[in-house]
Design a protein around this ligand. Structure first.
Ligand code: ADP
Ligand code: MG
Ligand code: MG
Length: 466
């Protein structure tokens, strides 16, 4: 048996549904009322489906996993059933994607804005400082990126109290799981086709994310060099890479058209100078970088906070409606220079999240940690405060769910987060593509602060439109 479940008590009126007597009923909002035998059947079916359809990820427990393709795979962490959620908000998130794409592009062209906004951070954050150094070098040599490619993911939570869709962050580098989202929707649709009648759920209400597949095709086309070259580590690029005087990047003797980064966003991705040399080499080249150093910096949390200040969006965008749409999804964001806010955050730390300039999950500070860190920074009086931003904590609705990881199904209360993918391709003045490219929902137990799937906190999910 895969599932280890504590027995759930049945809510009155659900008996009938479980016996399969009734036709499609009102959705069972309390998933925890579903009969345990049925859950175990579905868990088994879901696990079989994941292996048959490639809804898998590398298995950290297998030593050779990740080193050799096809070796050491395990089913992706998944929610057994989709999350019930209102339609209007997710449509709004899709509408925002092209506007954020354009914003990133505009911000990336303003080298001074990036350097100035991150100037204090640079003094105290060695990693951001190295990225800014590469950026400065590009400004000095007047490097122009004429073809610009962005593959972004803007993440949101639905704030329960205000019913507002609020942005968590915008990822401009290594936005992951684009390929798995559509598989999760397919899995949930399959389960509801088979069991929906018993559950009172209609598989037709699962929000389609088919466009993922077109995004993937798009990526493959653009990333042909990845296929011919295979994946390269930064260290390999340092040893095999060569820059010709005309800007052509050669790796292993082959011309590279597009560099897509699956790493390079965390300090641990640069264990030696070799990796930094590779990053600089690629940036100096005429290959299309996804992301370029400017796109990468435009996605930092400090820039997110600067963009939320009054009148900053107006510097980059003309369309007033677009500006209003973006602003509506901004949560409260502050630098620690704001003493009124730091005072409030010390008094009520549970209402804030403190974020350093890091990616990949597991780096933020919550609750008492916020208070302790702010008090320490005040006492020390150093400039280390510039490493962080403060953000209003968002509280989404909590719903009963089943989370499956490593073949074990856990019954718990969870909150969900939505990522909407955006693709942007531009050649000089011509925008070739600027679109949303599907969504990914992920769900984590409500008692956990952080939300990364890869970081081990959350499971992949889909949306059941209500
Ligand atoms: P990273 O770039 O490391 O993914 P995020 O800003 O996305 O950083 O934060 C990681 C996770 O922390 C998010 O996925 C979310 O679950 C949680 N989180 C971040 N900001 C907030 C917030 N303002 N309110 C509530 N949870 C948040
Ligand atoms: Mg991120
Ligand atoms: Mg994130």
């Amino acid at each position: 048996k895969f599932a280890t479940l504590s027995s759930g008590r049945l809510a009155a009126g659900e008996m009938e549904i479980q016996k399969g007597i009734s036709a499609v009923q009102k959705p069972i909002v309390d998933f925890h009322g579903i009969d345990e035998d049925l859950i175990q059947k579905m868990v088994y079916g879901a696990l079989v489906w994941t292996s048959l359809h490639g809804l898998v990820v590398g298995d950290r427990n297998v030593q050779r996993s990740g080193k050799l393709p096809g070796v050491g795979m395990v089913h992706a962490p998944i929610a057994l059933l989709p999350t019930l959620s209102p339609e209007s908000h997710w449509k709004q998130a899709c509408e925002l994607a092209p506007i954020f794409n354009e914003l990133v592009d505009r911000v990336s062209l303003d080298g001074k804005f990036l350097q100035q906004s991150l100037a204090r951070t640079k003094k105290v954050d060695a990693f951001t400082s190295r990225l800014l150094d590469i950026h400065s070098k590009m400004l000095e040599m007047n490097k122009k990126e004429e073809i610009r490619l962005g593959l972004h993911r803007s993440d949101y939570m639905l704030d329960e109290r205000t019913k507002l869709l609020l942005q968590i962050e915008l990822n401009t580098i290594s936005s992951s799981f684009a390929g798995l989202g559509c598989l999760v929707t397919d899995l949930h649709r399959m389960l509801l086709n088979d069991y929906g009648e018993n559950l009172g759920l209609d598989s037709g209400r699962i929000w389609e994310t088919l466009q993922h597949c077109s995004l993937l095709r798009h990526w493959l086309k653009l990333g042909l060099n990845i296929i011919t070259l295979g994946l390269k580590t930064l260290a390999e690029i340092d040893s095999e890479g060569q820059l010709l005087p005309d800007g052509t990047l050669l790796v292993d003797g082959q011309t590279v058209a597009v560099v897509y980064f699956r790493a390079g966003y965390a300090p641990t991705d640069y264990p030696s100078e070799s990796e930094w040399r590779a990053r600089l080499l690629m940036e100096q080249s005429s290959a299309i970088k996804c992301p370029s150093i400017s796109y990468h910096l435009a996605g930092t949390k400090k820039i997110q906070q600067e963009l939320a200040k009054p009148n900053v969006l107006e510097r980059f965008l003309e369309n007033k409606e677009d500006i209003a749409k973006l602003r509506k999804c901004f949560a409260g964001l502050w630098s620690l220079v704001d003493s009124d806010i730091t005072k409030k955050a010390i008094e009520e730390p549970e209402l804030f999240v403190m974020k350093p300039q890091r990616e990949g999950g597991g780096n933020n500070i919550y609750g008492d940690g916020v208070k302790e860190t702010l008090l320490r920074l005040q006492k020390e009086g150093s400039e280390e405060d510039a490493a962080y931003i403060l953000m209003q904590r968002i509280f989404p609705a909590v719903s009963p769910t089943f989370l499956i990881r490593d073949g074990i199904c856990r019954k718990d209360h969870a909150i969900s987060e939505l990522g909407v993918y955006g693709a942007y391709l531009r050649n000089k003045e011509k925008v070739i593509m600027n679109d949303q490219c599907g969504y990914l929902m992920w769900t984590k137990v409500s008692s956990s602060n952080e939300g990364g799937v890869a970081a081990g906190f959350a499971v992949l999910d889909s949306i059941y439109l209500t």
